[in-house]
Design a protein around this ligand. Structure first.
Ligand code: GLU
Length: 282
């Protein structure tokens, strides 16, 4: 199993070090290496995934692994691309829209929540999974157990993500925000005490907590709803329909639960096991 392989090949500290190193390479302006410009039919398909999120998209020796990577591989195959025709590109939260707008990637599967604001500039297929938001603290912290406990605390989230706004704007909780380039950078700030907590999707936090159980504690008091979509360039209605058909098949034939089990089966994370309801393609 993937989770076990990560654990046995690299100890928790090494994985954290790997994740932290990955943030150094998260070049927000990266132009990727794909030669297909996004209109399909090329020899390759370029897909943006995270490279620093254990369980979802984690760079393991040049090849990303995790749930989003498995989902993207399944979808690409349904679109007619074999696994070796996929060109992976590292996407950070802050560059997902621009990568799609500029044609750097053909699609994105990177813990990418469907939101109305993002729908103004990109299209989404899916959702293929519905996550919730949660909070991660240092292992010995006992006073943060809900979003309300973040009042007056220093909170880290990745720039380009919705997670911090959900707390400070939507829930009107007065936390002091510290934005980082990605979540592994937040983990470093949490580890050295610069911030009191990290907030984002429970999937992401569960992966980090599982790799470093002695250092971090997931509050495990989930809130909100994060619908993970496959990001596409604007006006991709036809491809969106094809991807939605692939997502339906992926849940029906048991692949989706197999990927979730592979990613999180050996962690404490109680992942969602039912197929989400698909949204209409624009
Ligand atoms: N899913 C949330 C979002 O897209 C947070 C995680 C992330 O930034 O990748 O804003």
């Amino acid at each position: 199993m993937r989770a076990r392989r990560i654990n046995s090949v690299l100890g928790g500290a090494a994985v954290l070090a790997l994740a932290l190193t990955a943030c150094g390479t998260a070049d927000v302006g990266d132009t990727g290496s794909g030669d297909d410009n996004g209109d399909g039919g090329g020899d390759t398909i370029t897909i943006g995934v995270k490279y620093d999120q254990p369980g979802l998209g984690l760079d393991e020796g040049g090849t990303p692994v995790g749930f989003d990577v498995d989902v993207a591989t399944y979808i690409a195959e349904e679109l007619g691309y074999s696994a070796d025709q996929i060109e992976w590109t590292e996407a950070a939260s802050a560059n997902r829209e621009s990568f799609l707008q500029q044609g750097t990637v053909d699609m994105i599967a990177a813990t990418y929540s469907i939101t109305d604001e993002r729908r103004e500039v990109v299209d989404f297929a899916g959702p293929y999974y519905v996550a919730q938001q949660d909070i991660l603290t240092q292992a010995d912290n006992t006073d943060i157990n809900s979003p309300e406990d973040l009042e007056g605390k220093v909170l880290c989230s990745a720039s380009g993500s919705r997670s911090a706004n959900n707390i400070t704007e939507d829930m009107e909780i007065d936390a002091e925000l510290r934005e980082a380039g990605n979540y592994s950078e937040c983990l470093e700030l949490l580890n050295n005490g610069t911030v009191d907590a990290v907030t984002t999707d429970n999937t992401i936090l569960a992966g980090f907590a599982a790799q470093n159980p002695d250092d971090f504690r997931m509050v495990n008091n989930p809130f909100g709803e994060e619908q993970y979509g496959v990001g596409l360039p604007a006006d991709s209605t036809e491809r969106c329909e094809e991807i939605n058909a692939a997502i339906t098949k992926m849940w029906e034939d048991g692949s989706a639960t197999e990927y979730l089990e592979s990613a999180f089966g050996e962690t404490d994370f109680a992942y969602e096991e039912s197929a989400p309801e698909l949204a209409d393609c624009a």
